[in-house]
Design a protein around this ligand. Structure first.
Ligand SMILES: [Ca+2]
Ligand SMILES: [Ca+2]
Ligand SMILES: [Ca+2]
Ligand SMILES: [Ca+2]
Length: 391
């Protein structure tokens, strides 16, 4: 599949075989309850974040669609996978799903647009692809989709804005690109897009806020930047300002206008700046400089739809949050220090529209959630999970 431009849609025997085995596995393991922690409660005081970055089940895992981020775990020794449906700092329900060895990578998506996260599995050695449509701790369906040569990698997108996940394929060797417009597990349209050589990296964005995701291209050698505004499989390409390759980027929406913005960080000087995007128009703002030990994650800690920045110092364990208002830092506050053995990830586990922080101790397997309210963190220890489990 995708090996030549004339064979965009080809299914293979091996794909069908692995469909059977995955389906069997799903059927068998759905019956098992993992950890037996009981049923989910309906005690939500849900307040949906106004920004799709933080309310989309195609971005943050939410397998039962209750607006509370869930956890997906893999076991590095057994290949087991499991889901924790979260209700604040409580694991409301846990389920063991099936076994996928480490050759399989996964991505969170929502292929059928039902508001419940699905999973795209891709075998990095065989090129097999499997889609799990999820319903809480249950695999509603496991379907093998077209095989794609392992030289291609996938990105989750929504190019026609119908709320159903599409896929951007990129061949890192040839520089070829292609799009699949999906309807559930069916590939409705498959089309090749223009080629960009291997020096270009890409990210899925929406610079014009039309809910059709766009593609941001950056040349890591020359520092050139480009965008494809997408409408289905039709792309319109524009050049953006060039920026020296020493700048890395993270994506967010710092003014809450639903256009993706870019947080730039200079890996040499520690300088930071924001490009507030409106189509191809750039409003640049310079932020505080932070030395190279600091790494950024995005969140929305006050739930106003404007992306905030969580900074963690990987050497000292210090943590800082910047509540953002466009190109300005509205509030900057230190939060409790956390030893560097703890690794943070974000989600909205209590569904109040404000991003929380899930901490996992990489030496003990202990887990703690910080429920966030602006820059105030309320920590609660939650279930421990042996170290061989990872997200
Ligand atoms: Ca959930
Ligand atoms: Ca879904
Ligand atoms: Ca767009
Ligand atoms: Ca915010």
């Amino acid at each position: 599949m995708l090996e030549s431009k004339n064979s965009l849609i080809v299914s293979t025997d091996s794909a069908l075989k692995s469909f059977e085995s995955v389906k069997d596995l799903g059927d068998k393991l759905n019956l098992n309850n993992f950890l037996g922690l009981g049923k989910s409660s309906e005690s939500a005081q849900a307040a949906e974040n106004p920004n799709s970055i933080f309310n989309s089940p195609a971005i943050l895992a939410d397998f039962n669609g209750d607006g509370k981020t869930d956890k997906f775990w893999r076991n590095s020794q057994t290949g087991d996978t499991s889901v924790w449906l979260m209700d604040g700092t409580r694991v409301a329900e846990a389920g063991n799903l099936g076994q996928f060895d480490s050759a399989w990578n996964y991505k969170i998506a929502d292929f059928n647009g039902d508001g419940k996260s699905d999973i795209l599995w891709r075998n990095s050695q065989s090129g097999d692809n499997v889609i799990w449509l999820m319903d809480g701790t249950r695999i509603a369906s496991a379907t093998t989709v077209l095989q794609v040569d392992p030289s291609w990698s996938s990105d989750i997108a929504d190019f026609n804005g119908d709320g159903k996940t599409d896929i951007l394929w990129r061949n890192s060797q040839t520089g070829e690109n292609a799009a699949w417009l999906m309807d559930g597990t069916t590939v409705n349209t498959a089309a090749f897009l223009p080629t960009f050589d291997a020096n270009w990296t890409r990210s899925i964005v929406d610079f014009n806020g039309d809910r059709k995701t766009d593609v941001f291209w950056r040349n890591t050698v020359t520092g050139e930047n480009k965008v494809w505004f997408m409408d289905g499989t039709k792309e319109s390409e524009y050049s953006l300002s060039q920026l020296d390759p020493s700048w890395n980027y993270t994506l967010g929406d710092f003014n809450g206008d639903l256009n993706t913005d870019i947080l730039w960080r200079n890996t040499v000087t520690g300088e930071n700046k924001v490009w507030q995007m409106s189509g191809i128009l750039i409003n640049e703002g310079t932020l505080t400089t932070l030395d190279a030990n600091w790494t950024s994650s995005i969140g929305d800690f006050n739930g106003d739809g404007k992306t905030d920045i969580f900074w963690r110092n990987s050497v000292t364990g210090e943590n800082t949050a910047w509540l953002m208002d466009g190109t300005n830092i509205d509030t900057s506050a230190f939060m409790p220090k956390v030893d560097p053995v703890w690794s943070p990830s974000i989600g909205d586990f209590n569904g109040d529209g404000k991003t929380d922080i899930f901490w996992r101790n990489t030496q003990t397997g202990d887990n703690t959630i910080w429920e966030m309210n602006d820059t105030i963190a309320t920590p609660t220890n939650i279930d421990q999970l042996p170290l061989e489990w990872y997200s």
